[in-house]
Design a binder for this molecule. Structure first.
Ligand SMILES: NC(=O)c1ccc[n+]([C@@H]2O[C@H](COP(=O)([O-])OP(=O)(O)OC[C@H]3O[C@@H](n4cnc5c(N)ncnc54)[C@H](O)[C@@H]3O)[C@@H](O)[C@H]2O)c1
Length: 386
């Protein structure tokens, strides 16, 4: 079997949790094989082995043993956030590529260690911000690159998801997310926006909150305020608003707004029948040409879906069925996986490398400092200078 035919050997770390969602993607993709799975908890691993029928896959409770014994090409690091750094570095030092879950790291010190490890390693680091690969996000990116929205100047992202129940089964969330004030889980919002801004870097942030309204079982209030809002200024003088609410009981929303000089995008709001809509001046005409009342603009917003055949990237088109069948998060996990495999096989730079990953992750870490200091603006470091 020559190199072209050799399947990429994938290991899944943290199979008891998020990693199990990649098991079918890896097994069903023709260029990859699921080489091994690992979880420190035998119980959690056994549950996933049953759920995903992984009985014939080698199982490990010790990560280093899996790295030593399985000649992996790539490992998905899906452990709790505080361990991303340690587990990523262990793989990179062995020359194994890493797909790292979100956010890149828990704090700046860890982020610095990871940057140094990526520099030293011959292996690649892929930041696993799957929302950057959601179909609507990829279509909008191509439309932006084609100039249809003009010059972009503003965007919003909201991630509203009551994670209190999930945290009872994943107690690390109580410390890492609910224990830390600021926008602690903003990457699903900021990632797509920075991809539309063609990776214009956030240079400073400020953050404020709505007070801490929820409590731990022992009565202490969460460290994180119930809704947190972060404003970001970019190097090219754009403004971004990111809103996080991980504790209010309500249906979840992962929503985006985008404004350009010639167009606008409003994503689905997560409420029944809502869709992604785009408004493009060059197609529908300017508002001056179409006098109408404030609310009567129904025929000018175009459903984003009508642009799919032209602007959904070719590399993913033939895999829509696979993404629908095996990929979580409306196929985003599948398209991310395809991008990773393409980079490994064709030795391309990761679409979201460690620096872009940190461009997405560092603003949230700095928002913690802003909110502790009376919402003052704080600079966001550029990891390329570390
Ligand atoms: N991108 C997404 O859409 C998405 C969705 C959910 C979670 N996540 C991210 O995935 C990561 C995991 O979240 P989760 O919800 O799966 O948490 P989880 O607690 O359900 O799963 C993590 C698993 O890692 C295992 N683990 C911990 N330490 C280990 C070690 N040293 N060696 C081997 N296994 C170890 C745990 O036993 C657990 O089964 C987090 O970084 C989270 O932010 C991302």
């Amino acid at each position: 079997m020559d190199n072209m035919e050799k399947k990429i050997r994938v290991g899944l770390l943290g199979i008891g949790g998020r990693a199990r969602h990649f098991a079918d993607l890896v097994r069903q993709y023709p260029k990859t094989e699921l080489a091994a799975v690992c979880d420190i908890s035998e119980e959690a691993m056994a549950r996933s082995v049953e759920e995903k029928n992984l009985h014939d896959i080698p199982q490990y409770t010790d990560y280093m043993t899996m790295l030593n014994e399985e000649s992996l090409d790539v490992v998905f690091v899906c452990t709790p956030i505080e361990y991303h750094c340690e587990h990523t570095i262990m793989a990179l030092e062995k020359g194994v590529h890493v797909v790292g879950e979100v956010p890149v790291a828990f704090n700046i010190e860890q982020a610095k260690q990871m940057v140094q490890a990526v520099r030293k390693s011959k292996a690649k680091y892929f930041f696993g911000e799957n929302m950057c690969f959601a179909k609507h996000v990829l279509i909008v990116r191509q439309m932006v690159l084609a100039g249809l929205l003009g010059e972009l100047h503003y965007a919003e992202g909201e991630y509203l998801h009551d994670l209190k129940k999930l945290a009872e089964f994943t107690p690390w969330r109580f410390d890492t997310l609910f224990g830390t004030n600021g926008v602690t889980y903003g990457t699903h919002s900021l990632g797509p926006i920075l991809s539309w801004f063609d990776w214009d870097r956030v240079k400073k942030v400020m953050c404020s909150g709505s007070g801490s309204r929820f409590r731990y079982a022992d009565g202490r209030p969460f460290g994180m305020e119930s809704t947190t809002v972060m404003l970001c200024k970019t190097e090219k003088d754009r403004l971004i608003k990111i809103k996080n609410d991980l504790s209010s009981p309500r249906p979840s929303i992962n929503q985006y707004v985008l404004s350009g000089t010639k167009g606008a995008f409003e994503s689905r709001r997560g409420i029944p029948d809502s869709k992604d809509y785009i408004w493009i001046q060059d197609i529908v005409g300017s508002s001056e040409q179409r006098p109408r009342s404030f609310h009567d603009n129904s025929d000018t917003w175009l459903p984003l879906s009508i642009f799919e055949s032209r602007y959904f990237p070719q590399i993913y088109k033939e895999w829509v069925w696979y993404a629908k069948t095996y990929g979580g998060h409306e196929g985003a996990d599948a398209f991310m996986f395809i991008s990773v495999v393409d980079s490994i096989i064709n030795n391309k730079e990761p679409y979201i490398d460690i620096h872009r990953g940190l461009d997405i992750s560092l603003p949230g870490m700095m928002s913690t400092i802003s909110i502790q200091n009376n919402s003052e603006w704080v600079d966001v470091p550029d990891s390329r200078l570390w």
